[in-house]
Design a protein around this ligand. Structure first.
Ligand SMILES: *Cc1c(COP(=O)(O)O)cnc(C)c1O
Length: 303
């Protein structure tokens, strides 16, 4: 049970991930330094927070002698692809429970085809069953069907994952006044905030439409309680940048993203990172960050 168990290291992560200062007009005009934390470069098949969240789970699976991993995701889930790739690289069987039984009869999209090529068994369930995926009855049926497995929740956000993301915060000590990250399940924000040093703050940008205004806030607080026993760090959510919900986009968001890509020659991941950069730019233009401060944007995925 040592921190240096071989499993995740066999994936050869590039850590700490590089910091890339970018000279961007809206930030420069306000005297704010923008720095990109290039977590997208950690691993080609497990980019960004997906490596940070899966690594401790893979280590635990290796130590427990587990043979199979089962997890959940939507039709284009980055987490499903990362889990499938980890299984191939480390020799675990993987089972992906996919939201949407109509997908069972359609040709696989590029993301699910990638999962299948990495050896993942895909199991399609209807949306009602998917919503009940944490119920004991649903899990028992999955165990009857697939045998023993280590369960990794949707988006990978369990306590081990949140603890894994504290390393992101620790890598940024002394490098930032504020650190911003796009949020899906909120696991990355929960860990990031816990790893930052005194005086540093974390800012989450939700990309999903929340059920209630405080839903994600509660989720992040719950994840911190489960992972650390209580609240950790200084974090807030910047609401109002979901553009209508998960994977939704508008002409304004697309124009912003294309202009950012053209200015910096950097492809921007559309579902999460584009909304993060849009939010930070809007906030800096509203004077949300003091002149002379450094804002780090975590690039969690590949464009
Ligand atoms: C999964 C993912 C996120 C969201 O991470 P959470 O921990 O679920 O909040 C952000 N960015 C990218 C690119 C992702 O793939």
């Amino acid at each position: 049970m040592t921190r240096s168990s071989p499993a995740p290291q066999a994936l050869r992560p590039r850590l700490p991930s590089p910091l890339q200062p970018v000279d961007d007009g809206p930030f420069a005009r306000r005297g704010v330094r923008l720095v990109l934390k290039r977590d997208d470069l950690i691993h080609p098949a497990l980019p960004g927070n997906k490596w940070r969240k899966l690594a401790p789970n893979l280590r635990a699976a290796t130590e427990a002698g587990d043979r199979a991993l089962l997890t959940f995701g939507g039709a284009y889930s980055n987490h499903l692809r990362a889990t499938a790739a980890a299984g191939r690289l480390l020799g675990f069987d993987t089972i992906g429970v996919v939201r949407g039984d109509e997908l069972a009869h359609a040709p696989l999209n590029w993301s699910l085809a990638r999962c299948a090529a990495d050896g993942m068994r895909l199991h399609f369930v209807d949306r009602a069953t998917y919503r009940r995926k944490a119920d004991p009855g649903v899990l028992a049926a999955l165990r009857d069907r697939f045998g023993a497995f280590r369960l990794i929740p949707e988006g990978g956000s369990n306590s081990l994952a949140v603890q894994g993301c504290t390393e992101l915060g620790r890598e940024l000590r002394g490098h930032a006044d504020a650190v911003a990250v796009a949020c899906g399940t909120g696991g990355t924000l929960a860990g990031l905030a816990a790893g930052l040093g005194p005086g540093q703050r974390a800012l989450g940008v939700p990309v999903l439409k929340g059920g209630s205004p405080h839903f994600l806030h509660e989720t992040v607080a719950d994840l911190q309680r489960a992972a650390f026993g209580g609240p950790r760090g200084d974090w807030t959510l910047a609401e109002g940048f979901d553009f209508g919900g998960y994977a939704r986009r508008t002409p304004e968001l697309d124009a912003f993203t294309e202009a950012f890509e053209a200015r910096h020659g950097l492809p921007v991941e559309r579902v999460y990172v584009a909304k993060l950069l849009f939010a930070l730019t809007a906030l800096v233009e509203r004077g949300a960050f003091p002149s002379g401060s450094t804002v780090v944007a975590v690039v969690t995925g590949t464009g």
